[in-house]
Ligand binder design. Structure first.
Ligand code: 3NM
Length: 215
């Protein structure tokens, strides 16, 4: 699959184990895939490398079964070891050029951005997609100021690579994010913390489709 084929995603799901005590990451992610999640990222900021590797292997197998791209937050080495589709970086992580050198031309590199300057730099440096957020305040990334929907609108106007709006997005505010110019969203706690992640994904997808018809 060429890198550009991965850009079709509109609903991006990220793992957040603390949001579903008593349920395994694999079970919850399988529910999101049943509900239509179109790209999955493993994000484990607290576990050991061994734990991340074990989860990555299981999620690689699962996402293959559902034919959905699989991204790992940090750990380009685990991306290679598990044949994941790409890596997601933060602003403080390794430079995009270094990730590209490690991963080669075909894997996807995404990076979180919090303002237009970072977005344009990511684009220039060869990122495949960027995160735009946190749009709203969120407990999943505490202590980071919300960028508001105005950054979504700026990204929609000026960024040419795919961008995914993230941070505090729920069914209650997703329409504001779409109206601001996003057509890809990522919602973490609202999906993986839901008692029915599959139904939640379906609801988000309906809103994304309705948003696409209006624009
Ligand atoms: N990255 P929720 S916001 C993982 O702005 C992450 O880069 C962000 O979680 C960024 O949907 C965020 O639960 C947390 O608010 C998103």
């Amino acid at each position: 699959m060429g890198r550009e084929a991965w850009n079709d995603f509109r609903l991006y799901v990220i793992t957040a184990e603390s949001n579903h005590p008593g349920k395994s990451v694999v079970d919850v992610i399988e529910q999101t895939l049943i509900g239509g999640a179109q790209i999955v990222q493993l994000r484990n900021k607290t576990g050991s490398r061994d734990e991340v590797l074990e989860q990555a292997k299981a999620l690689r197998e699962l996402t293959r079964k559902y034919k959905v791209p699989f991204i790992i937050n940090d750990y380009p080495d685990i991306v290679l070891e598990t044949d994941a589709d790409g890596v997601h970086l933060g602003q403080e992580d390794m430079p995009i050029a270094e990730a590209r050198r490690l991963l080669g031309p075909y894997r996807m590199i995404g990076i979180s951005t919090h303002n237009l300057q970072q977005a344009l730099a990511a684009e220039r440096d060869g990122a495949d997609y960027i995160g735009v957020g946190p749009v709203f305040p969120t407990d999943t990334k505490p202590g980071r100021a919300a960028v508001t929907t105005s950054y979504v609108t700026e990204a929609a106007r000026h960024v040419t690579i795919p961008f995914v709006a993230i941070g505090g997005i729920t069914l209650g505010n997703v329409d504001l994010v779409l109206a601001a110019g996003a057509n890809r969203i990522c919602s973490v706690s609202a999906i993986v913390g839901s008692h029915d992640p599959a139904a939640m994904c379906r609801s988000f997808l309906r809103r994304l489709e309705a948003g696409a018809e209006e624009s």
